[in-house]
Ligand binder design. Sequence first.
Ligand SMILES: C[S@@+](CC[C@H](N)C(=O)[O-])C[C@H]1O[C@@H](n2cnc3c(N)ncnc32)[C@H](O)[C@@H]1O
Length: 269
Amino acid sequence: MKRGENEDLFRKFTGYLERKFGWFVIPSKIENTAFILGKLIMKHGEPGVMEVFLSPVNHDYFSAVDEDVIDLYSVSETYFNREPEILERLNQLTDSILTTRDKVNILCAASSSGEEVYSTSISLRDNFFNNEVSVYGAEINQRLINLAMGGIYTEWSLRTCSNDYRTRYFDPEGKKFKLKAEYMNNVYFKRYNLLSQNIDYYFNGIRFDIILCRNIFLYLNPNATEKVLENLLSLLNPGGYLITGLAEGAISERLKRNSYDGFRNIFKF
Ligand SMILES: C[S@@+](CC[C@H](N)C(=O)[O-])C[C@H]1O[C@@H](n2cnc3c(N)ncnc32)[C@H](O)[C@@H]1O
């Protein structure tokens, strides 16, 4: 389907993307958005998609149309050791938190296929005891969560990693790399929508000392950004840290007021 072929349905689709997932349709994505809508109509029929786009939004439920929307539309780009300076910071923050607590809980709040979660686990496992650190990954795309739980990665996910890193932390699995089991200990994955009105439900009362939410705000509209921040801050322990992507920095006034130690993307609450 091309933009302009069914303007009314197209507008309902983009409205739905904003309300349900928080995704802002930027002008350069319009053609691709129309193409995806065409695919959805071919698979589910026009009445089927229209019914979903017009139904009241429930952020905790995913219909068959939603599953396809998530898979076709969300940007899942990630890789091991992305923004490596953050890993160094995580080690320092973990060290300082462990002076007053005996355990540190870390959440990667948009974890895609798990590379960020496992980079964190690898980096901290080498410096701290296993039971001192738990790392949670949470994500809207179930297919990516399944990949993360398998812990098997292609060369592309490890494209910035040295050969030493690959052999130290992974076993060969055909042409792929299987993460060694010890780095999957105390690692957990959850499926959720960051816009949920019941975010606490997904974590059974667990509070986090550090939340990484990187490279997702770039795709969210301002209302969604505020809702996501409200949700994430409700999951933080007092004195906890929120870390955004280097390209995102302080995406809201609320963050600017809480900058930590001059870092442009680390905030303490
Ligand atoms: C570009 S990836 C970033 C992955 C990782 N944080 C990193 O920096 O490498 C963004 C991820 O956010 C997820 N996502 C997008 N909207 C979401 C939402 N409303 N709730 C939960 N996850 C979402 C996408 O499915 C995608 O896997």
